[in-house]
Design a binder for this molecule. Structure first.
Ligand code: NG6
Ligand code: CA
Length: 514
């Protein structure tokens, strides 16, 4: 039918468009439960559904088969602390001093005056839990942690009802778990003390007692010796509380699965941050030798097993359909990260970074472009793939929107709601992504601009990482050159200037959320 009045017809169309968009937003259902499985140092090419052939990852692959696999999803940073900071706070870590890789006795780096992903979800009625690697500091600034007393502030103050964590990393002391503010299994008669500067007399030392190591170090990791493995930092006491590296994946998985069982009656959010596949790679005997790739490959298989256990727990409690599961990694891959664990020798044709250049510690794509899968039966189409760009800094705004809560004006300042892309309803996520390791890089569409870094080394010999540092600006066309092989900056001077200016403006602006 021909509209009688063109103006009214136009108005009608606009109203229809508004109604539809409103409907879409309102229709974006709220997940009953949310589980984020966050691997450590797992590279884009490390799992089967992203192209790995020599290591079998049936559970990760199953998640992809039942969900949506992203080919352009990013951690904010090339290392752990900054990526985790962004994930929980919705703020770029490079806006804040002190968000680099933290020692095990660092103070909490998350601002308690702002909402976080877990506080937002708590507001929406979710019970929240974190199990695994924390690495965001514990305790108040300027007050050394007393490990023998309740440790606060920490995950609880950041918004987690439940925590069972390691303070930093497996290669940093103290080698103990912390549950609900207390070191697990601590004997009060054997108090635990930590020092990152000087050794405790009488304790084994990675330099003088090197012959006692069951796994030698290649760089760093030569301070305290715990379970025959050299670590970063020194500590004494707390012997009864010491973890067994081989049991770590089992321990974390048990606590994740127990959390699900305990909280199943009401909506929950679980942040399951595995230590796999970070160094020291000491998988359980069940997995040791499984891949022929040495402990790094075996740790991938152990990670995949952990994914399987979480999926099985959801299934067992009838929660599969009601739970949005998101799997990703905190930064790209590294092969030799400080231990002689045969990762280099046994790598063969396995490509941890997939088709990309760089790795952990790098601003080339492999530093931050990570595996990323979302499964939510009935809401996310199974077996699908998307090129939509998303960043982990978006979790706070995205999950808050799904849960129906609004972050305050000062909260999650860099987090964008990319819910439509996350659920595969739109092929478009972000228009640009900022990649960070030391300095920054900007991906806009398929153009990748890398800020010059006059001081940084281009190649880190110890880890064999191409950092992307160069005194010159770099520009790559990821559409034709995903491996960032040909710097086309000279032939595209205008684009280089425009992207450099845009990045500088984003850096200056204290927030990017509209
Ligand atoms: C580095 C460690 C490395 C790893 C990294 C943090 C040395 C020589 N290297 O300083 O082994 O622990 O920090 O990794 O000590 S992350 O994934 O937690 O960011
Ligand atoms: Ca990491």
């Amino acid at each position: 039918m021909k509209p009688r009045h063109p103006r009214i017809a136009a108005l009608g169309l606009a109203a229809l468009a508004l109604a539809t968009s409103g409907l879409l937003a309102a229709e974006r259902a709220r997940p009953r439960n949310i589980v984020i499985i966050y691997a450590d140092d797992l590279g884009y090419g490390d799992v089967g559904c992203y192209g790995a052939k020599r290591v079998a990852t049936p559970n990760v692959d199953r998640l992809a088969r039942e969900g949506l696999r992203f080919t352009a999803a990013y951690a904010t940073s090339g290392t752990c602390t900054p990526s985790r900071f962004a994930l929980l706070s919705g703020e770029y870590p490079w806006r804040r001093d002190g968000t680099g890789v933290l020692p095990g006795d660092a103070a909490l780096v998350i601002d308690l005056n702002r909402a976080t992903l877990p506080t937002l979800l708590k507001k929406a009625g979710y019970t929240t839990g974190v199990v695994g690697k924390w690495h965001l500091g514990l305790g108040a600034k300027g007050q050394p942690i007393d490990w023998n007393k309740p440790i606060t502030p920490g995950p609880r103050e950041v918004g987690f009802d439940y925590h069972f964590i390691m303070a930093a990393t497996g290669d940093r002391v103290p080698c103990v778990y912390v549950e609900q503010q207390r070191v697990v299994g601590l004997d009060p008669a054997d108090p635990l003390r930590v020092d990152y500067q000087k050794p405790f007399p009488g304790e084994l030392n990675g330099v003088t007692d090197r012959a006692t190591l069951k796994m030698d170090w290649s760089h760093g990791h030569n301070m305290a010796v715990v379970n025959g493995v050299g670590r970063i930092g020194y500590y004494t006491g707390g012997k009864a509380a010491q973890w067994v590296d081989e049991d770590m994946a089992d321990t974390f998985t048990k606590h994740a699965v127990d959390f699900i069982a305990r909280e199943k009656a009401k909506p929950f959010f679980l942040f399951f941050a595995t230590h796999s596949i970070h160094v020291p790679r000491v998988p359980h005997a069940r997995f040791a030798g499984k891949t022929g790739m040495g402990p790094r490959g075996d740790a991938i298989v152990e990670f995949d097993w952990q994914v399987g256990e979480v999926l099985a727990a959801l299934e067992k409690h009838g929660l599969t359909r009601d739970t949005l599961v998101l799997l990703s990694s905190d930064n790209g891959p590294v092969v030799d990260d400080g231990y002689k664990d045969q990762a280099v020798e046994k790598l063969g044709d396995h490509r941890p970074a997939g088709p990309f250049r760089g790795g952990k510690y790098s601003r080339f794509e492999a530093g931050t472009r990570v595996p990323f899968i979302v499964r939510w039966p009935g809401h996310v189409k199974p077996g699908t793939t998307t090129e939509a760009m998303v960043s982990q800094v978006d979790f706070a705004a995205t999950f808050a929107a799904m849960a129906g809560v609004k972050p305050g004006d000062n909260d999650a300042p860099d987090s964008l709601d990319v819910g439509a892309a996350l659920l595969g309803q739109s092929p478009r996520g972000r228009d640009y992504v900022i990649e960070h390791s030391g300095r920054l890089a900007l991906r806009e569409g398929n153009w990748k601009f890398i800020q010059p870094a006059p001081q940084g080394v281009a190649f880190n010999k110890a880890t064999a990482t191409e950092t992307a540092n160069s005194p010159q600006p770099q520009l790559y066309d990821l559409a034709t050159d995903p491996g960032e092989k040909t710097n086309v900056a000279a032939a595209n001077a205008e684009r280089v200037t425009a992207m450099g200016d845009k990045l500088a403006a984003l850096q200056k602006n204290p927030r990017t959320r509209p």
